[in-house]
Design a protein around this ligand. Structure first.
Ligand code: TYM
Length: 335
């Protein structure tokens, strides 16, 4: 029996934070044995905002090592680098030519990032979702596990695939429409300094997020300084207490306890007591990931061989889809 296929990815812009872990990678790890999985480090997406050439390669390796450290298992999963498989760029161009401009101008993330960048907005930022669609469609992925913020990009991917199939291969569709896989809990981890804003790599303050590679001291300082309110007793789902809901949810996910258990355990706690508990739990949850990460980084040859194998597996499927797309569009076969 053929397993359904998964594709997902993370950008190598700086470190991974708890939002990336709880919204995406943790779910990849938990579900991986049921699927055939492709996880890429999306380094072509990383240059849609100004980037540092000196650190791009090292950041890419860091993310690949973190995938392994978080528990991606090579028995079920392939890890590869997006720019190592040239079909991603090529399919993006082909899909660009059938994607209406106003679909891209409507993307919330584009609008948000464009506002932040002011005059300095490049075409790549607008085109970001088409590259993401190419990532997914090349592998004929059945499901795409992501955080809540990527939902609109997945809807766009489905629209692009449907439009392609309708225009070029109505009888025998080439592209598969993927389903998003967004878990209710952890799909939107909020900032430590403002519980109404998403935890994000692009927030200028590092105190707004906990990174997977933060030291215990840094984690302690960040939780100590994070925003709270003046109410005693911790409660879930109170719209007046976004920080409280966010931190309780983090505690629930990192401790592995149920929502009900956490609600009872923390209902009478003051902020001081709760923050100590959250600090201890976060440090303990990240410790095994950090240890495994160090071991992997000490063996560069191993990481390179993982990425080489991943690339080979990825290329076989990606090139096959690309050939079918080109044939449907009427391209001649190279002689
Ligand atoms: P990136 O690197 O911005 O985010 C990677 C993953 O982390 C999730 N995420 C969050 N989840 C919960 N709470 C948060 N605060 C939070 N912040 C980020 C994102 O939803 C994402 O799942 N465009 C993608 C990268 C990408 C991709 C793909 C994903 C490129 N091609 C193909 C899936 C399939 C992105 O947001 O990366």
């Amino acid at each position: 029996m053929v397993s359904p296929r998964i594709l997902s990815g993370v950008q190598p812009t700086g470190n991974l934070h708890l939002g990336n872990y709880l919204g995406a990678i943790r779910n990849w790890v938990e579900g991986q044995s049921q699927y055939e999985n492709f996880f890429c480090v999306v380094d072509l997406h990383a240059i849609t905002v100004p980037h540092k050439p000196e650190t791009l390669a090292a950041d890419t390796y860091t993310i690949a090592a973190l995938y392994l450290a978080c528990g991606i298992d090579l028995r079920y999963s392939n890890i590869f680098v997006q720019s190592h498989v040239s079909a991603h760029s090529e399919l993006t161009w082909l899909l660009n030519c059938i994607t209406p401009l106003n679909w891209l101008e409507d993307m919330i993330q584009f609008k948000e990032k464009a506002v932040k960048q002011g005059e300095n907005v490049n075409v790549g930022l607008l085109d970001y979702p088409v590259l993401m669609a190419a990532d997914i469609l090349l592998y004929r992925a059945d499901k795409v596990p992501v955080g809540e913020d990527q939902k609109q990009h997945l809807e766009l991917t489905r629209d692009i695939a449907a439009r392609f199939n309708y225009q070029f291969c109505r009888e025998k569709p080439v592209l598969k429409l993927p389903e998003p896989l967004i878990r209710a809990e952890g799909a939107r981890v909020m900032s430590l300094t403002d519980g109404t804003r998403k935890m994000s790599k692009s927030d200028p303050s590092d105190f707004s997020r906990i990174n997977l590679l933060d030291t215990p001291e840094t984690i302690q300082q960040k939780i100590k300084r994070c925003k709270t309110d003046s109410i005693r007793g911790m409660t879930f789902d109170d719209p007046e207490r976004p920080e409280c809901n966010n931190l309780l949810t983090l505690y629930m996910l990192l401790s592995g306890k149920s929502k009900q258990e956490v609600a009872i355990e923390c209902q009478d706690m003051g902020w001081g007591q709760f923050k100590s508990l959250l600090t201890e739990t976060t440090i303990a949850a990240l410790k095994p990931i950090q240890e495994k990460y160090q071991a992997i980084m000490n063996d560069q040859g191993y990481l390179e061989s993982v990425l080489r194998d991943g690339r080979q597996q990825a290329e076989a499927i990606a090139n096959d889809t690309l050939s079918q797309v080109k044939a449907a569009m009427g391209y001649s076969v190279p002689l």
